[in-house]
Design a protein around this ligand. Structure first.
Ligand SMILES: N[C@@H](CCC(=O)N[C@@H](CS)C(=O)NCC(=O)O)C(=O)O
Length: 226
């Protein structure tokens, strides 16, 4: 049994989707950051960085999204090319792009004040937005090549991770002019629409309360920025 520690619509969302797709039994442990749940010694013992997500596994607690997702894929032989598959290398390259480039860029776009304080946040947001568009253009080019792990053909940890981040990039930037227009990336849009229509993903989106106010929370979320 896995225990996923998270907050709805935070970084635990992609692990939640992966667990549901795999069909592995799990318990969701809801954290309340406002009540200090991320800085309690018991949570820091699971993740010394005090960040979401954490997955408790039979092999011990894991943190860092990409590590958790690769662990699940490899243990369950699902949602990724197998280690001996010819496309495993390319898959790992693009997983690294998502965790090392796309994820930090999206977090900085939605929290531009964290880098240099409130005074510089508009400039930080604008520069980060340009960087995000460049990453998305390169991912779109790769998605157009049609490998299953970056299309709607079958879900992968890479497509699920991308879908979560691009949801936030559309919905959460504080300045509306920086909200990502997913229609500019038709292959990524089609991939995310395909994921959204899958029953396991729809179950998670409903459980996390994301479908209460919008039909397509991954591919066309409501803008929630200020
Ligand atoms: N590199 C980390 C990033 C995790 C991260 O930044 N999580 C956010 C939520 S999406 C968090 O816990 N933020 C709490 C905070 O900044 O205090 C990972 O991939 O797990």
């Amino acid at each position: 049994m896995h225990r996923l520690h998270g907050v709805y619509d935070w970084g635990s969302l992609v692990v939640h989707m992966a667990l549901e797709e795999i069909g592995a039994p799990f318990e969701f442990v809801m954290l309340d950051p406002e009540q200090g749940d991320l800085t309690r010694p018991s949570y820091l013992a699971l993740n010394p960085f005090g960040l979401v997500p954490v997955l408790e596994t039979p092999d011990g607690p894991l943190f860092e999204t990409a590590a958790i997702l690769l662990y699940l894929a490899d243990r369950h032989n699902a949602l990724a090319p197998t280690p001996s598959a010819p496309d495993r290398g390319a898959f790992l390259v693009w997983l690294a792009v998502v965790c090392q480039q796309l994820h930090p860029a999206v977090l900085q776009l939605i929290h531009p004040e964290r880098l240099l304080g409130d005074g510089a946040q508009r400039a930080v947001a604008a520069a980060t937005h340009r960087r995000l568009l460049d990453i998305c253009a390169k991912m779109e080019a790769r998605a157009q090549q049609g490998e299953w792990w970056l299309t709607a053909a079958r879900p992968s940890i890479l497509s699920l991770y991308t879908a979560m981040l691009l949801r936030w990039a559309q919905a959460l930037p504080p300045y509306p002019e920086h909200a990502l227009a997913l229609a500019d990336y038709p292959a990524l849009l089609a991939m995310i629409q395909g994921l959204e229509n899958r029953a396991p993903i729809a179950r998670v989106l409903a459980r996390e309360g994301l479908t209460a106010t919008m039909a397509n929370p991954l591919s066309a979320p409501l803008y929630e920025g200020s």
